[in-house]
Design a protein around this ligand. Structure first.
Ligand SMILES: [Zn+2]
Length: 307
């Protein structure tokens, strides 16, 4: 059984979940359970090919082309969203960081970014395929420093990563020219092996990155809102927060808006939305919910660099 086969199955499963999401569409929250019950039926009936699933996913993927004016100040950091939770970050000193590298089969990743040209540091928030599918291959080809929770780093080493920098929540380390702090995320972290089995991958996490000029960026990973986001604000005060808003597998705009109240960032960049049909949260919904908080929501276009 190949990893390709596993991902194909996973994409089909997500496609099937999309059917469930559409069943829920336009109904009240009370009907959600019914939608969930329909999910199993949809999954059984899903006979689409991978190509079908990809076409549909592409049609739902973020495609905005007009970058609206923003007051966001990344202080010399160059940020490129590659769709889903994957970001390329270039530090003011020119080092290249990839966070949650899912490129080749990521429907929202532009073709010209599917191949990594240079990477110094690879940050992995957790072991789900839509976050680390390309991590081991990139590590073998480019030999970056791989940062992750202890168990995930051990798995990456087994898959051929030569430089691992394992850590755990609350810890910080300097990697290249960036101070990396691992923080909590409220999510799961199994890693699916090529044979379909799921191995323990530690826990899901988020990262606060402090660059050499003092600028701080928070990548929440996959997560629900949690009260300790207040502690992330108190201790680290990240100016810009990358938050998942897609719903189903992470928080939706409702929870993300509550998270903004705890994190108090200047800017929020939504992620983990639109990649697949079930990821129905949209930046404009979050924008409405945080309009009175003084938080700017910036919708990025995949492949377009800001900062
Ligand atoms: Zn996940």
């Amino acid at each position: 059984m190949s990893a390709e086969g596993d991902r194909t199955r996973e994409i089909r499963r997500l496609r099937a979940a999309g059917g469930a999401a559409r069943i829920q569409g336009g109904k009240g929250k009370g009907e959600k359970g019914k939608g969930q019950r329909e999910k199993g039926k949809e999954q059984r009936n899903a006979k689409r090919t991978l190509t079908d699933a990809k076409c549909e996913a592409n049609s739902q993927a973020p495609t905005a082309t007009d970058q609206r004016p923003t007051t966001m100040n990344l202080q010399g950091v160059k940020l490129t969203w590659l769709g889903h939770s994957c970001f390329r970050v270039e530090t003011p000193g020119g080092r290249v960081i990839y966070i949650d590298p899912w490129l080749k089969e990521n429907p929202a990743c532009p073709a010209e970014h599917k191949q990594v040209k240079k990477v110094d540091v690879l940050l992995c928030t957790h072991g789900h395929f839509d976050h680390i599918a390309d991590a081991a291959a990139i590590a073998r080809e480019h030999n970056p420093v791989v940062v992750g929770i202890y168990e995930l780093c051990a798995w990456m080493q087994k898959k051929g990563a030569k430089q691992i920098a394992p850590m755990n929540k609350g810890g910080s380390q300097t990697v290249g020219d960036v101070r990396v702090t691992m923080v909590h995320a409220d999510h799961s972290c199994g890693i699916q092996e090529d044979d379909g089995s799921i191995v323990y991958g530690g826990e899901a996490c988020g990262y606060v990155l402090e660059f050499e000029n003092g600028f701080k960026l928070y990548h929440a990973g996959d997560t629900n809102v949690f009260g300790d986001m207040h502690i992330i604000h108190e201790l680290y005060q990240p100016e810009v927060a990358l938050l998942p808003i897609g719903d189903l597998f992470t928080m939706s705009p409702r929870e993300a808006a509550y998270a903004c109240g705890l994190l108090k960032p200047k800017t929020v960049i939504p992620m983990h939305w639109g990649t697949f049909p079930p990821l129905i949260g949209r930046p404009r919904e979050l924008q409405k919910l945080v309009a009175d908080m003084g938080v700017e929501v910036v919708e990025l276009t995949p492949g377009k660099t800001v900062g």
